[in-house]
Design a protein around this ligand. Structure first.
Ligand code: ADP
Length: 426
């Protein structure tokens, strides 16, 4: 086990794991801090990196610190050599945290002298120049993040933003040094350390910058960053002779069995994906929130209806609806109640599908995926090949693995459901 990662949310964890796999590291994502004292025996030797997915982005800073330290403790006992604290590429945080407090607590626990802070992800149009974070062509503070309900970002200058939530001194490695390459970045780290800086915001505007930053951080015990910086790290381990060139980092077990799609996301993209599936003439069963609220066992009825359909091909179960329809349902049931009812029904359907021999399951919706994963008792996922940017196939652990594709909100092309199932044809 080489790289131990702590991510502050679930989809961010998958995004990071996906980047690591694509750079040649076999990667396991755990849901929360594993309860076992150390990694299961078969795991050791089978993965190069572990990403612990927390839900710590917007909880109290003290709680985020406690959870992150627990994750670090587990990763250290698992034998990881370097640690990565992953946050959002828009640096989602408040003056109370949680990026600064978690970064400082991890540095203290690791006795690390300096750590970078670099949310840049040029592939997704997140770049940093002179400490200022840009989302596409606009500064962070002019982007949609300005009015985020939980973490409104009203200052684009990351040195200021991070300093406001940190006790340690924050400095900048400007793009002029980054563009000059690994040696210049290292020299700048040394200069900053001499000035007492312990957290260094690092500029990056393209993937070459990320590779140079990765190389310059080879000796850092802790890296704090978005998922972009991860593309430069596997090369360090290869150079050190610790990581062979792997052609099979994304390999998942083949699982004969049936396939299905569960969709609880009501995003524009997901509405298009459901429409595409139905237009292509494939089997689909609609889940009606009002029928659930009416007290009927909608999940059992849907599963009974699916019994014969599943024999001839994959079936889609969808609560997905257009925004007017969702609003009408929410007005009748309340937003939280409508969401919870639908999530519970879809999770019960997922359980029923596994009992009916489904081994490949696509789930659309972040909260929906969370409910399904919880209902299936999934604690860790091996990350497989990418379907669309940020969304890989994954496999549950154990003797009878299930392949899961967990897609949040607006991800994926219009033919995502069809395409993903074709990719893992049994
Ligand atoms: P996304 O990733 O697109 O945000 P989520 O699954 O996180 O998707 O959130 C969608 C929420 O909407 C879930 O709580 C789900 O149960 C709920 N939901 C799904 N379909 C409907 C519907 N027809 N009416 C009301 N709420 C719905």
């Amino acid at each position: 086990m080489l790289l131990g990662c702590i991510a502050d949310d679930f989809t961010g964890a998958t995004d990071l794991a996906n980047n690591l796999v694509r750079s040649g590291m076999r990667t396991l994502q755990t849901i929360g801090v594993p309860s076992t004292g150390a990694p299961d025996a078969p795991l050791a030797g089978e993965v190069d990196a572990v990403v612990v997915a927390l839900k710590s982005r917007t909880i109290a800073a003290s709680e985020a610190v406690a959870q992150s330290l627990a994750a670090l403790d587990w990763l250290r006992r698992a034998g990881c050599r370097q640690f990565f604290f992953k946050y959002c590429s828009t640096f989602d945080s408040t003056p109370q945290g949680n990026i600064g407090p978690v970064a400082e607590a991890l540095m203290k626990a690791l006795d690390a002298d300096i750590a970078i802070a670099c949310p840049a992800f040029p592939t997704n149009a997140r770049t940093i120049y002179m400490g200022n974070l840009f989302v596409g062509q606009v500064p962070l503070s002019d982007s949609g993040m300005r009015d985020h309900p939980l973490t409104p970002m009203r200052d684009s200058n990351l040195v200021r933003v991070l300093q406001a939530q940190s006790r340690a001194k924050v400095g900048l490695v400007a793009w002029t040094d980054v563009a000059a390459g690994e040696a210049a970045i290292r020299a700048r780290f040394a200069a900053l350390q001499a000035e007492g800086v312990r957290l260094a915001v690092v500029d990056a505007i393209n993937d070459a910058d990320l590779h140079a930053i990765g190389a310059a951080c080879a000796g850092h015990l802790l890296i704090t960053a978005g998922s972009g910086v991860a593309i430069g790290l596997p090369e360090n381990f290869r150079r050190a002779g610790l990581l062979p060139l792997r052609a099979n980092a994304a390999e998942l077990p083949r699982v004969p069995g049936r396939a299905a799609v569960i969709s609880g996301s009501c995003s524009q993209a997901t509405n298009g994906q459901v429409a595409h599936w139905i237009e292509s003439g494939r089997a689909a069963i609609r889940i009606d929130p009002l029928a659930i609220a009416g007290g009927g066992d909608v999940a059992a009825a849907a599963l009974a209806q699916a019994d014969s359909l599943l024999q001839s091909g994959p079936v889609l179960f969808y609560a997905t609806a257009a925004s007017e329809e969702v609003k009408a349902v929410q007005a009748k049931l309340g937003v939280a109640e409508a969401g919870a009812l639908v999530e519970r029904a879809l999770a019960a359907i997922a359980q029923g599908l596994i009992e009916r021999g489904v081994t490949r399951l696509v789930v659309a919706g972040g909260e929906t995926a969370g409910a399904v994963v919880q209902a299936l008792g999934v604690t860790a996922l091996k990350i497989g090949p990418q379907i669309d940017p940020g969304v890989p196939w994954t496999a549950t652990q154990g003797a009878h693995p299930i392949l899961l594709a967990l897609k949040s909100g607006n991800f994926g092309s219009r033919d995502f459901f069809v395409k993903s199932l074709e990719q893992v044809d049994a």
